[in-house]
Write a protein that binds this ligand. Structure first.
Ligand SMILES: Nc1ncnc2c1ncn2[C@@H]1O[C@H](COP(=O)(O)OP(=O)(O)OP(=O)(O)O)[C@@H](O)[C@H]1O
Length: 604
């Protein structure tokens, strides 16, 4: 009989407590330090000497066709989407070199840090907001969605962490994506900002590593490391955030996540890597550096996740991604499992992404590239010269609506780094506490700015697009597009910094004649999200050429958004459903995604 998720978590907690587990001490119960260089595969770590034999191979979803020269790439660790069972779990209370380095409790901060806005509660998520959300899946044999975490065989240690995160039930993208990934399938997933995509790709990876039997090769060189999973994201801050999340989800599972990103001392990151790594979270530039120094090998990668995948595959990043994924030693599609996630997926990028996928499932939760209805969007006509005083009026009005005596957080997007500095300076001399985040600031300054903003000490953050994607900052009540972006997808990501996890938010855009190319797609997007479109904007939309502000979201309403379903793309008949990796459309489309070539390192 299947017990409820809460029951099994409670049981796991009791069992763990009986076994000497203490949630707060970060202790792992090991007293002797293993030698540093001896690799212990995750599924064998912290087992008593006479541990159980490994779980038998699963019958489903064996991928064949490519046999790595020296690596055991059988798919025996995969659960093939079954929801029951539980055999073969490695609920280990330690892991990498834990005799030397005690695992820090990533949940401790949540309890101890001053929380000016009250605890960051996830229990209050408004799931009703997602009830009627349209979902589309396409591809062969799509595993069915689940309604609860209890239905998913994630393993007790991970379930315990889910409970610690106060996740009561899966969000819609998690309901669909987790069974697909646990079934060993490649996935292209599109779901609205703030809807829980990070957990949707982290849970199957952690669970797969816990359950898997990935045979580690003896190291080539003492200092080379062999992660089993790679999670790439476009910005340093986002990689750090994903790493923080991954550490929470993998706490006391024996799975170790490490982050590597540019702008921070590489030696420190190298030392961290040397302590062992199962999941490497990285920005592309720093990873290329590590690969070129022969300090990381991708030979053992079983899971590849690209967060903000459309950004990762646009012209700015595509060459680096191709280098990492196709030109180093990473196993090919069909051997590794690949997961692409974003809130926006232009068709050109979908097409390009097929180079990295094998017989994948396309999943769209909500309308592809649409914003969530939880965000109230306002567009105001403001001449360039009036923008500052208009912003001032908004901020004054907002002061009245402070939360717990503090001003609600406001994120102001501008076009340029100089513009960010100058606006921040002006706000400060006018009595508003503001800071900035952009590519010209040192990494230390960027991180300090983000910390100060998050804590509420500096409630206004002026940002370039470096902060547009992925950042999950609780209590951002208002996003102001002081300068609108040229691309509607960037607008979607920017406003998505508010209205997250079922909460509501406000987004105000300053529009003037300089933005007329965006009018049409902006009006469409607002209409789709049930927002009031001002009559003057509709007039601009009607006048504007469709070229400049052309929606890259695929056109039309929800449905048929998988580009393989579009007859104009699907010239090869069943090719795209048949798992062929040879795109008929060339290796790299000329799609720029709104960024020119060579923009990579400013982000990375
Ligand atoms: N099942 C859940 N129950 C409650 N809260 C959740 C659940 N899953 C995720 N969350 C919370 O929702 C918030 C948003 O999640 P996340 O950052 O993964 O969104 P996202 O879809 O990746 O957004 P973006 O598109 O902006 O990157 C986070 O604070 C996360 O902790």
């Amino acid at each position: 009989m299947r017990t409820s998720w809460a029951d099994s978590v409670a049981a796991a907690e009791n069992a763990a407590a009986g076994g000497g587990y203490s949630a707060n001490n970060g202790g792992v119960g090991t007293t002797s330090a293993p030698t540093r260089s001896s690799y212990v595969p995750p599924h064998l770590r912290n087992r008593p000497p006479s541990s159980d034999p490994p779980a038998p191979p699963s019958s489903g979803n064996e991928r064949s066709g490519w046999v790595g020269p020296r690596i055991d790439h059988n798919r025996s660790g995969f659960s093939s989407g079954s929801h029951g069972g539980g055999g073969g779990w490695n609920n280990r209370t330690g892991g990498w070199d834990r005799g030397r380095e005690r695992e820090v409790n990533p949940f401790a901060d949540d309890d101890e840090t001053e929380q000016p806005f009250g605890e960051h509660e996830n229990t209050g998520i408004n799931f009703d907001a997602y009830e009627d959300i349209p979902v589309e899946t396409s591809g062969d044999n799509v595993p069915p969605p689940v309604n609860t975490f209890a239905e998913i065989d994630l393993g007790e240690a991970l379930n315990l962490n889910i409970r610690r995160c106060k996740y009561v039930k899966p969000t819609p993208v998690q309901r669909h994506a987790i069974p697909i990934s646990l079934g060993g399938r490649d996935l292209m997933a599109c779901a609205q900002t703030g809807s829980g995509k990070t957990a949707a790709f982290c849970f199957p990876i952690i669970s797969g590593i816990m359950k898997g039997q990935f045979i580690q090769r003896p190291p080539h060189g003492r200092r080379m490391v062999y992660p089993l999973a790679l999670i790439l994201s476009p910005t340093r801050e986002l990689s750090c955030q994903i790493h923080e999340e991954a550490k929470k989800f993998s706490y006391q599972t024996g799975v170790r996540a490490v982050v590597a990103y540019g702008g921070a001392p590489i030696n420190q990151q190298l030392r961290d890597l040397e302590r062992g790594v199962d999941i490497l979270v990285a920005t592309p530039g720093r990873l290329v550096d590590l690969l070129e120094r022969a300090r990381v090998s991708l030979e053992m990668i079983r899971y590849l996740a690209l967060d903000e995948a459309d950004r990762m595959l646009d012209m700015g990043f595509e060459p680096q991604i191709r280098k990492i994924v196709q030109q180093m030693d990473m196993p090919p599609p069909g051997i590794r499992q690949t997961m692409l996630f974003s809130a926006t997926f232009p068709k050109e990028i979908q097409r390009l992404a097929t180079d990295f996928l094998s017989n994948y499932i396309f999943l769209a939760v909500g309308r592809v590239g649409s914003s969530t209805d939880l965000i109230v969007q306002r567009v105001e006509f403001v001449h360039e010269s009036d923008k500052r005083s208009h912003l001032m009026d908004l901020l004054h009005a907002q002061r009245a609506n402070g939360v717990h005596g503090k001003q609600a957080l406001t994120l102001v997007f501008v076009e340029t780094k100089k513009g960010a500095d100058s606006l921040e300076h002006w706000l400060c001399i006018n009595g508003f506490s503001a800071t900035t985040i952009h590519g010209d600031r040192t990494q230390q300054e960027r991180e300090q700015a983000l910390r100060s903003f998050k804590s509420g000490n500096t409630p206004i953050l002026v940002a370039t697009d470096v902060a547009a994607r992925g950042l999950d900052i609780p209590h951002v009540a208002h996003v102001v597009n002081f300068d609108l972006p040229n691309d509607i997808d960037d607008y979607v990501h920017r406003i998505g910094r508010t209205g997250r996890a079922g909460k509501t938010g406000l987004a105000t855009a300053f529009f003037n004649e300089n933005n007329s190319s965006l009018a049409r797609s902006l009006a469409e997007l607002m209409q789709e999200s049930n927002q009031e479109v001002p009559a003057w904007l509709s007039r601009y939309a009607a006048r504007s050429s469709y070229v400049g502000g052309k929606s890259r979201r695929g056109g039309g309403r929800f449905g048929g958004r998988d580009f393989r379903r579009d007859s104009s793309f699907n010239r090869g008949g069943a090719d795209y459903y048949g798992g062929s990796n040879s795109s008929a459309y060339g290796a790299s489309g000329g799609y720029s995604g709104g960024y020119g070539p060579g923009v990579t390192s400013a982000w990375d």
